[in-house]
Design a binder for this molecule. Structure first.
Ligand code: URP
Ligand code: ZN
Ligand code: ZN
Length: 471
């Protein structure tokens, strides 16, 4: 199957020019102007932007968490992602305490077999237990399976939180194996005490979720993880940075040239803590962690993504229905499963409020949602760019397309949208994964199974593109 994408504005992290893209056998075969080739399918991209498919490095699909399971499976979650222009996601394969890492992987492979994805999928391993199931030896073997990033939680005491000993052992393992360690950085011990005191004082409404997780607890853990990564000489990626106090240690580390990277998520750029004050328990829709912060932190985060202090914007898509899942357990904030949806609207929101307002350049937009993620997580240059030999994961983006974001029209299983009613300008027209059209004219045109599991390269190594097909 060959595809000619004709006359578009080709946008990558480094380039911005007009031309044609010829795709053959799933890969970019030729780039040029007015290409004289015949193709099975021609896509007229005049007036459109042709960019590499976005990569979401932070999702929680069909994950058991907080006593319940996120409501997207890999078919629905990846369908929603595709409608938003995401062509690869990397999900957290969570180790159930007591399980070996091989068992954890087996369970997640079963999930993508039972509910096949429509976009490509990779896994990070979520390390929760090195005492009764997982061993460091097994952890060290995972990069051979294409699982080259290890995630640890410094929060969620009594659930998935690990102690510093485990964090440090994982960092040392990453140093040896060429893995990248990802941390959820919050001081879980301190938060546990504050939450218990808050509830004991009778403060149980959703907004107290934010009030019981001070920003300093995030900053302290961020700094601790950075320093431990230094001692272990391991690369570190701090997930979902929500506020200036935790931006600061990352900024300092990067200034010093240390191997530290950070991401924020769409919601931290747009949702502030006042949303949690909505009456009738609606504030529970925004119970995710770290919590929404005071509004002024949004400007700090915009600055950080502009100046490369933060290198990526992910979604942390972790969907629970409201109120069925978000309102359970006697309506006390501390028992609400933590997580919010967002897999479909990352590009819409960033384009509308970032590129169109001039806060970020179009090239930076591609870097934040695709290229930097591909480079950090062992997918580049097969993914994250449009170059001869790279996978033809391509979004034909209509920069003038208008859309009202709504739970009524999005494609995830979750029944609310964090950005409900938001008017955006800029949306995908056609989305291709390895040359196969997945979404066109607002329709899903591929079957579940169009997506594949991707084995990723080790940190700092390239995932080699196959040689370009002869034309
Ligand atoms: O509230 C959140 N973010 N839930 C998902 C798990 C995590 O902390 O990333
Ligand atoms: Zn987290
Ligand atoms: Zn998460």
């Amino acid at each position: 199957m060959s595809v000619l994408i004709k006359g578009g504005r080709i946008l990558t992290a480094s380039d911005d020019y007009f031309g044609d893209v010829f795709v053959d056998d799933g890969r970019v075969a030729l780039l040029g102007s007015s290409l004289d080739v015949t193709a099975d399918k021609v896509i007229d991209a005049s007036g459109k932007i042709v960019m590499p498919g976005a990569i979401d490095p932070h999702t929680h699909i069909e994950m058991f968490f907080g006593g319940t399971t996120t409501c997207d499976d890999f078919t629905s979650g990846t369908t929603s992602a595709a409608f938003g222009g995401t062509t690869t996601l990397i999900d957290f394969c969570m180790q159930t305490p007591g399980d070996t890492f091989a068992q954890a992987l087996e369970k997640y492979h079963e999930k993508i077999t039972r509910c096949p994805p429509v976009i490509d999928v990779g896994f990070h391993i979520g390390v929760t237990d090195l005492h009764t199931g997982g061993t460091l030896e097994d952890l060290a073997k995972l990069p051979d399976e294409g699982v080259t990033s290890y995630k640890v939680f410094m929060a969620y005491k009594g659930a998935v939180m690990v102690d510093d000993e485990t964090l440090f052992k994982v960092l040392r393992t990453a140093h040896q194996t060429g893995g990248l360690v990802m941390v959820h950085a919050e001081n879980g011990d301190a938060i546990d005490i504050i939450v218990k005191e808050t509830v004991a004082a009778g403060n149980t409404d959703p907004v107290w979720h934010a009030r019981s997780r001070p920003m300093e607890t995030e900053a302290e853990a961020t700094n601790r993880a950075i320093q431990l990564a230094r001692v272990a000489d391991a690369p570190l990626y701090v997930v979902h940075v929500s506020c200036q106090p935790s931006v600061e240690p990352i900024a300092l580390a990067r200034e010093k040239g240390w191997k530290i990277w950070g991401e924020t998520c769409t919601q931290y750029l747009f949702i502030d803590e006042t949303m949690m004050e909505k009456p009738n328990w609606e504030g529970a829709k925004y119970i995710y962690t770290p919590p929404p912060r005071p509004k002024e932190h949004q400007e700090h985060l915009w600055k950080a993504i502009t100046t490369d202090v933060l290198s990526a914007v992910s979604t942390d898509h972790c969907p629970f229905n409201w109120p069925d899942q978000k309102g359970i357990n006697g309506r006390e904030f501390q028992v609400v499963p933590n997580g919010g949806p967002g897999i479909e609207n990352r590009l819409h929101m960033l384009w509308t409020h970032g590129v169109r307002t001039g806060r970020i350049t179009p090239n930076r937009f591609v870097e934040l949602v695709s290229t930097n993620v591909a480079k950090l997580f062992g997918l580049y240059p097969r993914k994250g760019t449009i170059a001869p030999g790279s996978d033809a994961d391509i979004v034909v983006w209509d920069p003038e397309k208008k859309l009202t974001i709504s739970a009524a029209t999005h494609h995830t299983n979750v029944n609310y949208n964090l950005f409900e009613g938001e008017q955006v300008t800029g949306a995908p027209e056609v989305v291709l994964v390895r040359g196969q059209v997945i979404v066109e004219d607002d329709e899903l045109v591929a079957e579940p199974g169009a997506g594949q599991f991707v084995k990723r390269a080790r940190f700092g190594e390239e995932l080699l593109a196959a040689p370009a097909a002869a034309v």
